[in-house]
Every structure is written in structure tokens, then in C-alpha cells.
Design a protein around this ligand. Sequence first.
Ligand code: GN1
Ligand code: MG
Length: 372
Amino acid sequence: MNPAKIAEQFEVSGQLASIRPTGSGNVNDTYLAVFRTHFSEERIIVQRVNSHVFAQPEWIMENMSILTNHCHKQLQSESATADRIWQLPRIVPCRDGQDFFRDGQGDFWRALTLIASAKSYDVAQSAEHAFEIGTVLGQFHRLVSGMNPLSLRDTLPGFHETPKYLELYDAVIQTPAAKELAESSMEVRNLQRFVEERREFASVLQDALDHGELELRLIHGDPKISNVMIDDDTGKGTAIIDLDTAKPGLIHYDFGDALRSLCNRSGEETGELGKVVFDLDLCEAFVRGYIAYARDFLTDNDKKYLYDSIRLITFELGLRFFQDYLADNRYFKVKTPEQNLQRAKVQFRLCESIETRRRQIKEVLEQAFGDC
Ligand code: GN1
Ligand code: MG
């Protein structure tokens, strides 16, 4: 169904003035809709949730209400000491009162308020920007640290369990189409070797969870740089958006994901592999921002796995892109058939850079957190 018709289903006053695609998401389709009355303007985000990825999109909305209500209450009780304004996205209900709209084709649509006067960026702008990303993730983790992890539903089973992605990869690599690709492409064979050399490492966090060293908490699931909103007026982080993957998990995946996306100044979509490196200055600034809030909840065992988390999530995302390429690009949206292959090469190159800088990264972490 046409997005303009969809936008009109939501409870917003005024008349739809415009609607256009926005954001750089790899999974959902996102639009910015502008409504005007004689006296004012309201902007909302309208999204078609990818129901191929999220089998129960209703759960995302339930989770979002629970999570934002909790954070809102907590922030209200602390507002006297706040050094900045924290914002949260809010669900805009449909005219019939529901939190979402299903169109004639069965597609799932929802609308959210826009974070006021703020922007997000696909690549780091400065060390101050990195500090703000760390601050926002630390604050998010602190805010949800008092919640029972099981108070949210698992919207995406297996998400960020690296061994599960290896299983999917192992299944696809056996298919005739993937075998043919491997035979004809040296590049594909190189990536296969890269995966094999790290197969053992893939279970490092799940093993720590199984052994009771790490515990399940609530996580954001996708705290990449472009999901952190920076206030236009103050330059401070003001919100973390895209709460679709908030669920019980290991906060290490969040920590690693924020750093992998932030510290690659070339961005996820670069064609220039030679320029992909893990930037230590940005890492240091992020960690300074994160620790201010994380001191309250990080345990000694948590600290032990921080370096591994950065390396692992980068490997995991590369593996997910590679697997999807071999499986005919069914998960991540692509503009060309080779895009997921290129994305995989970028993450694997970044993973190598993280491995090369292991000692320096550990030094940064140790300075901030103690033994890591
Ligand atoms: C996807 O759609 P988007 O851009 O919010 C993916 C993340 C990846 C990210 C990489 C549900 O997020 O896990 O880290 O792409 N989300 C899902 O850019 O798979
Ligand atoms: Mg996302």
C-alpha cells in the first residue's frame, strides 16, 4: 500500500504535507511524514516492519511500550540531576487506537515520534561525537539494568548468538549454488578461509554465558552509530532509537556493536577496503563516555570479555553478510547482488584490524575499566 495512505491511518492532527524515505536501515522501510494544521507542523516516522525478519512484529511494539515506560519513569525521578535532556521515541497509535496498522497485503506498519532537533550520523564526526555515543549507550544500559531481562519478549530468536550464524553459514555453504560460487571465485574462497580460521572463537561469549561467567540482561541489540541521535543545539547525545531488537541478551554485543560501527571511519558501505581500520582514538573517547554510567553495573567478569566482544560482533556481522550473499540476499536489503559480499569484506577487514590492534585496544579498556 502507498506510504501516504498508510501515514493517514495514524493519530496525527492536520493534513499530510509530505512523505519521503529516510534513514539507512538494512531491514525495515522508513519514511518521514510531515503533517500541517493552520498553525503548526508535526513530523512522524512511519515504518514498514520487515515481517520476513520479525515473525511477531506485535511483540516489538509491546516491548517498546514496556521499555520506554520504564526509562521514562526512571528519568523523571532523576531529572533534577540530569545534565542534558534525554529523549525517547514514542508510539503514535492508529486512529482506531491500535499500536500498528496492517495493510491489505498483510504488511505491518507503525508510526513513532521523531526525536526533536537531533540527527544521527553513519560515520563518526569527531572524538566528542564518539564520547557522546559511549555516553548514550552507557545511560541506556544503566536505565534498563534494573529491569528483569525476561520482561521483554524475544523478538528475534538466535539474534546475536554467533554460533547460530555459523550453523546457518554451514548449511548454506553446502548448497549447489554456494559451491558453484566458491569454485568460480577466489574472493569467496578467501572469505571462507577467514571464517574457518575463527570458527573456534565464535562461541567465546556463549560459552561464558553457559559457564555462568556472563549473565543475560536487557540489551538494545543494534546500537550502531546511526541509531544514536545527537542534539543539533548542544552536540550532546540525546536518544537511542531503533528499539526493535531490545531483548534479553549479553550487553557485550551492544558494547562491541557500538564500537565496530563507530571506529570504522570509512563506514559499512565503503568500497575502499584499504582504508578500513579500527580507530583507537574514537575507541578511547567512546569508552570514556560509556564508563561514566557503566561503573554502576559492570562486573569483573563483564570486563574480561570486552575486547572479545568488539572482535566477535565484527566477525559476526561479516559472517551474517557473507551468509546472506551466499543465500541469495534474502535478509539484508541490497541495491546490487554483490553488496552483501562487499559488506562482508569490510567487516572482515575491520575484524583483522581489531586483531592487529589487540594490545592497544586492551590498554584502552584496562585504563578505563581495570583488568580487561
Ligand atoms: C541491521 O536495519 P538496521 O540497519 O537497523 C541489522 C543489524 C546490523 C545492521 C548493520 C534486525 O540493522 O543487526 O548490525 O543492519 N538488524 C537486524 O548495519 O538484523
Ligand atoms: Mg535495527
